[in-house]
Design a protein around this ligand. Structure first.
Ligand code: SF4
Length: 459
């Protein structure tokens, strides 16, 4: 195994060499991203840091001087995927001996020892609060040592670093980093540290720049995005402020926490014309006992009331969710409560998972992962089937409607078709004819599946 270079765990990060201008002309880098949109946004941030330091982005992994894998630790299979990928990358590294291979993000933070044992050839390990130190870290790489920086820094908000995004219609904007919630199943508070928010004036400016770059839609990102607080203003205030930015057409956000929903937030979704009528509202379980064991800080009834309030004020609101089945101690009765609440709320869509025990979490330390694997699989399949039926029924009701679709690009299945999303985030496919990417067109829906609406442009 390589020797570890300084771990700046409890020290301040030395000042960036990149701040004085490009230092590494012609060196190329390639970033591969796993996991959530937060990671996509962090990869854009790293692209900004490295570009400023004189590196050039490349799409050719085989010839890249630096290959960074931005990882996710939320589920076991995400980690397995990365470990398998690392073996493949090591084969490339053996051919391209000058290549620096780095692992960044939540898995790097959470499983440093395991990663090093499984992949001792790795040159660099950086946690989510250490991306500022990337150029300095790359300067320090040698063939014998692995450079590690996993310092969690609750003041690090990367406010002064401009991310570099791929061209497109939708831009992801991190408004808050870290999480203070401590759900018992989750590694995020350990991998991303404490919560911190960026100031509203800075975010408004950033959205203005996104408009100048040609983006039509912005998605505000945070682990618990609606707990946003910049010392003066809350999340509802931020929505109202961004709604004023000329040229931005749509505003979305993900993921809010049910306990942080406020009247201002609901008012903002209801009254701001650019804020899409769509919310992803993680439930996790329909059993109050399981929610309590998960440390989710709301009961099933409180969640139910919140959905009632949202729908009362925003009648056509589309709601999606996250569900975990087979959590520690989940009985058939608890599971049935989840099943029944899904049936009652009738989500537009859901991300559904079976519980996987994560090392170091509160659940891992204090609860028993005691639902048998085959039972977890059965419960998961039961709610997948239920949700599929509900999504299909909801979408069927859209047949005959004319909806406004922001055109995103060519459909995966046919070059003759375009796809885009409507206000409620439904993927819609239609013959492209004279439609242009980036414009909003009216589409009359003639067919619907559980996942997609299909129609024709009417104007
Ligand atoms: S709210 Fe809970 S699940 Fe979400 S990131 Fe924070 S600790 Fe994890």
């Amino acid at each position: 195994m390589k020797k570890l270079l300084p771990v700046y765990k409890n020290e301040s990060i030395p000042k960036l060499q990149s701040e004085s201008g490009p230092q590494h002309p012609k060196k190329s880098f390639y970033i591969e991203t796993y996991g959530c949109q937060m990671n996509v946004s962090d990869s854009e941030l790293m692209t900004g840091v490295l570009t400023k330091a004189g590196y050039e982005i490349t799409n050719d992994i085989n010839s890249a001087n630096v290959v960074l894998i931005n990882t996710c630790a939320i589920r076991e299979n995400a980690e397995e995927k990365v470990l398998n990928r690392l073996e493949h990358l090591n084969a490339i590294k053996r051919r391209n001996t000058e290549m620096v291979l780095g692992i960044c993000g939540c898995m790097a933070q959470h499983m440093r020892t395991m990663v090093l044992e499984a992949a001792p050839y790795i040159d660099l390990i950086l946690g989510p609060d250490a991306y500022r130190s990337l150029p300095q870290a790359l300067d320090s790489i040698n063939s014998k040592d692995t450079f590690v920086n996993l310092k969690l820094d609750k003041s690090e908000d990367y406010a002064d670093i401009s991310p570099i995004r791929k061209d497109g219609i939708r831009a992801w904007l991190t408004i808050q980093r870290g999480c203070d919630k401590m759900c018992s199943f989750c590694v995020v508070p350990f991998t991303r540290g404490r919560e911190r928010s960026l100031p509203i004036p800075m975010l408004v400016k950033e959205v203005e720049s996104l408009v100048d770059e040609g983006f039509k839609e912005v998605v505000l990102l945070g682990q618990t995005v609606n707990s946003y607080y910049d010392g003066t203003h809350n999340f509802g205030d931020l929505l109202f402020a961004i709604n004023q930015v000329e040229g931005i057409e749509r505003i979305r956000f993900t993921s809010p926490h049910p306990s942080d929903a406020t009247k201002t937030m609901i008012d903002a979704i209801a009254s701001c014309e650019k804020v899409c009528k769509q919310i992803h509202l993680p439930l996790q379980s329909g059993s109050t006992k399981i929610l309590s064991d998960m440390h989710r800080t709301y009961t099933a009834d409180e969640y139910r009331e919140l959905v009632f309030d949202l729908r009362n004020q925003i009648p056509n609101l589309a709601i999606s969710t996250d569900i975990i089945v087979g959590f520690c101690g989940e009985t058939e009765e608890d599971f049935q409560k989840t099943h029944d609440l899904i049936n009652e709320i009738r989500y537009d869509s859901a991300f559904m998972f079976k519980y996987s025990d994560r090392n170091g979490t509160l659940a891992n330390r204090t609860l028993k992962d005691n639902v048998p694997e085959e039972e977890k699989i059965r419960r998961l399949q039961t709610i997948i089937d239920l949700q599929y039926r509900i999504s299909h029924e909801i979408n069927q009701k859209r047949v005959g409607e004319t909806i406004q679709v922001l055109v995103e690009g060519e459909s995966r299945k046919s070059k003759a078709d375009y796809f885009g999303k409507d206000d409620t985030f439904k993927t819609t496919v239609f013959p492209r004819k004279n439609a242009q990417i980036g414009e909003t067109v009216n589409v009359k829906v003639h067919t619907a599946s559980a996942n997609t609406l299909i129609g024709n442009v009417t104007s």
